[in-house]
Design a protein around this ligand. Sequence first.
Ligand code: F6P
Length: 322
Amino acid sequence: MKKIAVLTSGGDAPGMNAAIRTVVRAGIEAGYEVTGVRRGFNGLISGAMDELGSRDVSGIIQQGGTFLGTARCVEFTTEAGRTEALRQLSRAGIDALIVIGGNGSQQGSFALSEAGYPVVGIASTIDNDLYGSDLTIGVDTALNIALESIDRLKVTASSHERALVVEVMGRDCGYLALMAGIAGGAEAVVIPERETSPESIAEEFQEAYRRGKQHALAVGAEGSRCNAEALIAYFRKQDGLAFEIRATILGDVQRGGTPTAYDRLLATRLGAGAIAAIARKDFGCLVGMLGGDVRTTPLEEVAGKSKELDLKLLDLARILAN
Ligand code: F6P
């Protein structure tokens, strides 16, 4: 084994650059030539690959996003797309591939691995819903950005005695909403794992004012049925509300941030773990952080599964709202 490649795929996550940097430097140290693939699996299919040296990854540890570019590649979900990707890998003489990404991306890794190609995944998504890692690269930064916004919004909401809805990312997973809700002191948390209704949010808000609060905050995940749009549409139709309500959708603001120390270190440890996995020929696995250690989990256990949210924390969030 001489030549390895690395790509980033799916939604970008702060810390991806730190992971690429480690793969390149630890990979070279272990005696590999390292190739960077542009724009995720798209670059595999089109053969957009360049060799990376230590200097190519200088000055990127503190940058959010991914300098290799990323994409959600529909073509790669087809047999024809994957066959072409394998052809390009063989044409470029690449012996193993590292895929930095979340759920959809690791399903792609699993498909390549099923086809007999040596792949190692690195757990990275701001949604933190990937099975095989307690925390994934990017979620700490995204959560801190959400919290900073929530803290600011609460100040102005208190001054005006308003209610506010803050929507965070998380397509199918409420991790960010639940943690931001707990750490941000929300009166209500709205997550896809346990749907609620606009009526019960309205009731939570009324109750908060009855208890003498100066503002009422709901933090919700974009993937919930009761997201910011649905809540605002509902509240607009209500007459005689005792409070004014405003909504803020944080969106991509959460993804593009400067990686926190935690994310840089996590990315660095997982990047080194991926090179170690390749060196011991432990392929077809995801490198993640489990119980404080860098560990591997077979991709077949990871693919198509989501990490479950601890719903006891939702009950705790409700108690803390008193
Ligand atoms: O998977 C990470 C994530 O940020 C989700 O929270 C969000 O729903 C999705 O990506 C958005 O994806 P895109 O940037 O491709 O629209």
